[in-house]
Design a protein around this ligand. Structure first.
Ligand SMILES: Nc1ncnc2c1ncn2[C@@H]1O[C@H](COP(=O)(O)OP(=O)(O)O)[C@@H](O)[C@H]1O
Ligand SMILES: [Mg+2]
Length: 261
């Protein structure tokens, strides 16, 4: 535990992943939005090939909230997640994420803004095939200059139940195990926001349910805001809030029906 260098990391490493959600960390009242979008647009392509993908998104997300982005295929969910997480540059509007003004940043600037503040889990696990589970989690930390990267990576992998798979390569792991490595990697730098795009989309029902449980538990333990793209209504209803998209617009923004929130 001498590995822990800040409070966020202590919480991320020491909390029991099976513990119930902490009311202190999961309420929106930690507040001050961590994401603030106004009139956000994304258009790709030039001339006749130009496609307007996001057509004016207004969205505020508070610290510690869990938010599902739900909608039919092609509605712009992945595009919105890519813009909010700094993977794709917005075309217009205002966007503040974790205190950074994304409208002012270049692609390199966005990459720098992501580092340490934003964790991303995608449908395809995107692990490096030549690296072990431990190296996949530790390498981004090392590149970011952490001198205790191996200790943090080991603790994160133990927290997702993979303490016995540290030296396995991705091809030696099941899909569910690979996605658990990706979750450990995303949360290892103690990001303020965890973005996930169809995180259970490549998994069977049992593995998908286990990965979803871990995602909620680990984000909560880390005190991270969770923004998750899904087209799965049941998964979306586990979030405090459901934002529905259609054709590049937000069409509703509610707490799930039947939830106590
Ligand atoms: N690189 C791209 N160039 C042009 N159109 C794109 C590109 N990426 C996505 N789109 C289009 O943008 C729309 C939204 O896509 P996407 O965000 O992937 O939707 P979702 O995740 O909700 O299925 C779709 O109509 C898709 O075809
Ligand atoms: Mg998508």
């Amino acid at each position: 535990m001498q590995a822990a260098t800040n409070l966020g990391m202590v919480a991320a490493v020491t909390s029991d992943p099976k513990a119930p959600p902490s009311p202190i960390l999961s309420g929106p009242f930690l507040s001050g939005p961590v994401i603030l979008a106004k009139g956000l647009t994304l258009a790709l392509g030039e001339g006749e090939a130009r496609v307007e993908i996001l057509r004016g998104i207004d969205l505020q997300i508070g610290a510690g909230e869990t938010v599902a982005l739900l909608g039919p295929s092609g509605s712009g969910k992945s595009s919105l997640l890519a813009v909010l997480s700094g993977l794709e540059r917005m075309s217009g509007g205002t966007l503040l994420v974790a205190g950074q003004d994304f409208a002012q940043l270049s692609e390199d600037g966005l990459a720098a803004a992501r580092r340490g503040r934003i964790g991303i889990v995608l449908q395809a696990f995107h692990l490096l095939p030549t690296m072990t589970a431990l190296e996949n989690v530790a390498t981004p930390l090392e590149l970011a200059g952490a001198d205790d990267a191996m200790d943090i990576a080991r603790a994160q992998l133990e927290a997702v139940g993979l303490g016995h798979r540290l030296d396995h390569y991705p091809t030696q792991l099941s899909g569910g195990e690979q996605q658990r490595v990706a979750i450990a990697r995303a949360l290892a730098p103690a990001p303020r926001i965890l973005f996930a795009d169809e995180p259970t989309g490549n998994l069977d029902a049992a593995n998908g349910a286990a990965v979803a449980d871990l995602l909620f538990a680990r984000a909560d333990a880390a005190g991270a805001t969770l923004v998750m793209v899904t087209h799965d209504e049941d998964l979306a209803h586990r979030c405090q809030r459901i934002v529905r998209l259609a054709d590049g617009h937000i069409v509703s923004d509610d707490a799930p029906s039947g939830s106590a929130a």
